[in-house]
Design a protein around this ligand. Structure first.
Ligand SMILES: [Zn+2]
Length: 122
């Protein structure tokens, strides 16, 4: 397979049982190490409700995040069906007073806790 980032060919070691299982990989191991996923969960107390921020990366990478769709959807599925929560998506979130005021407003509008899925926190 060709790596989506560095364009190098790479191979995935498979056991005989997995040989016919088609699993698409987009990024080679070297690039995975260069842009490592580090999932962090941060809880913020808003005025009434609570906001959970889940970020995937430590910093902003200028890469096509679509190639991380497998990891992204796993995180999404883990939080999607949590009751009394609203799920929001941001490429990047800047945690400052304005952001907190906006999040506070959103949580009051939906009358629920918020879960924010983002690539990185500024
Ligand atoms: Zn690569």
């Amino acid at each position: 397979m060709k790596c989506a980032f560095c364009n190098n060919n790479f191979y995935i070691k498979r056991s005989i049982l997995e040989l016919f299982k088609i699993e698409r990989e987009y990024i080679c191991n070297r690039c995975y190490k260069q842009y490592p996923i580090n999932i962090r969960l941060e809880k913020i107390q808003l005025d009434i409700y609570e906001c959970t921020i889940i970020s995937m990366f430590d910093k902003k990478y200028y890469i096509d995040m679509n190639y991380y769709i497998k990891e992204y959807s796993k995180i999404f599925n883990a939080f999607y069906k949590k009751e009394n929560n609203h799920l929001l998506f941001f490429d990047e979130i800047d945690l400052n007073d304005d952001t907190f005021a906006i999040l506070d407003g959103i949580s009051k509008l939906f009358e629920s806790n918020l879960i924010i899925l983002t690539f990185n926190v500024k």
